[in-house]
Design a protein around this ligand. Structure first.
Ligand code: ATP
Ligand code: MG
Length: 384
């Protein structure tokens, strides 16, 4: 008898047709990476993956955070023998002590002569006969489902052994993005959601030394570090942004400051993406959340992008974004009260409905290319 972890991957991976093998290999690699440092073995029994680990609780905690894993389940592995299966099944039911139950069998191994229904009926009967206490079979909505999987070995588990995992798709399978990561609540959540769909994360942070402190920078580093727990590694590009902001302040109208700044952020993100082979841009914007996130504001900043811009939070309410931030562990860091570059250079009456042509015209007094090139040249890279 062995205690193992059954890894169930997201149903979407099954739908990948000819690409399924590629998805599975990527997922398996990602699982192995997450288990590094633990004493473990991965066993494939007729297309199901099981993990044998000395520290089973730690392994469960790690594997349930791997994108593409839908559920993990601690199972008891026994010989493929009906009497042994019955005994183990009864033991499991004795642990859970439900009032109602049913047995579900999956017989993948056709060498086993009884079919699934026969196994379920036989084991169910045995449990009813030997269980001390009140217990009924209920097919529709039982308190406890006892699962039996018959493969090379037999595996037994109940609904109580199942633990929900993060889901999504294997990290790294769906291209790459450059996430604009500020120290706020939203952008780390946006990055998490992109990574969860299998998109490789790179981050860019615009730093306005000396107007924003080293502590503000450290906060962004801490957020990148938290995101890296879900990914393989995260490149964080720190772009010196003060010169660009000063140029805008000196050359342009005050009420256009925020929106012009956002156009430069977009340009720098694209330039960095181009330089480092990153395919797209992501940000933490949500429509209507603040003055710069109006439809017009988004149109004017997207105008400066030379590749797709993804805004995974676009339809989400702040409260729902905060819930995810708490769940993924970024919230506590995000709410630390260090200023960011946007809160310092805020116009008193920011434009909420900027017009594209007008913005392009305002900007024409600046040497846009030179400003962007210099910022990119002076960009610092930190890897987590
Ligand atoms: P967040 O909570 O992510 O900071 P926010 O609600 O404060 O977002 P804004 O300050 O308008 O909204 O920023 C919108 C988006 O622009 C952010 O989600 C982030 O993607 C990007 N952004 C803003 N400031 C910076 C910065 N200093 N460095 C990198 N990206 C930034
Ligand atoms: Mg912010």
């Amino acid at each position: 008898m062995n205690q193992l972890i059954l890894v169930k991957y997201a149903a979407e991976i099954f739908l990948k047709g000819l690409n399924r093998g590629k998805f599975e290999r990527k997922l398996l690699n990602n699982i192995k990476q997450k288990l590094e440092g633990l004493d473990y073995e991965i066993i494939n029994d007729q297309n199901r993956w099981f993990i044998k680990a000395n520290n089973i609780d730690e392994a469960v905690e790690r594997v349930r955070k791997v994108f593409g894993v839908a559920e993990v389940c601690t199972v008891t592995q026994v010989e493929r023998d009906l009497n042994i299966i019955k005994e183990q099944a009864l033991k499991k039911i004795n642990e859970v002590k439900p009032k109602t139950f049913k047995v579900e069998t999956n017989r993948a191994n056709k060498k086993f002569t009884m079919n699934s229904l026969e196994v379920s009926r036989d084991v169910g009967g045995y449990i009813l006969h030997h269980y001390e206490g009140d217990l009924d079979v209920q097919v529709k909505n039982p308190e406890c489902v006892l699962n039996i999987e018959i493969r090379e070995h037999a595996y037994i588990f109940t609904s109580a052994d199942k633990i929900k995992a993060v889901g999504g798709l294997p990290y790294g399978i769906n291209g790459s993005t450059m996430l604009m990561l500020s120290g706020g609540i939203d952008s780390p959540v946006a990055g998490y959601l992109m990574a969860k769909r299998g998109v490789e994360l790179n981050c860019v942070y615009y730093h306005s030394h000396p107007y924003t402190s080293e502590r503000a920078k450290d906060k962004v580093k801490d957020l990148a570090k938290i995101l890296a727990q879900y990914t393989e590694r995260v490149n964080l590009y720190i772009v010196p942004f003060t010169e660009i902001q000063m140029a805008i302040i000196e050359g342009c109208r005050e009420d256009e400051l925020t929106i012009l700044m956002r156009r430069f952020m977009m340009r720098c993100a694209c330039a960095l993406a181009e330089k480092n082979g990153v395919q797209s841009i992501s940000s933490g914007e949500s429509i209507g959340q603040v003055a710069s996130q109006t439809m017009e504001g988004l149109i004017v900043s997207t105008d400066c992008a030379d590749r797709p811009v993804f805004r995974p939070l676009i339809t989400m309410d702040k409260g729902d974004i905060m819930d995810i931030a708490r769940e993924i562990g970024t919230y506590e860091t995000s709410i630390l009260p260090y200023e960011d570059c946007c809160t310092i250079f805020v116009p008193k009456h920011p434009k909420t409905k900027p017009q594209l042509e007008a913005m392009r015209k305002s900007e024409s007094v600046l040497d846009v290319e030179a400003l962007v090139n210099k910022a990119i040249e002076e960009t610092e890279l930190v890897v987590f």
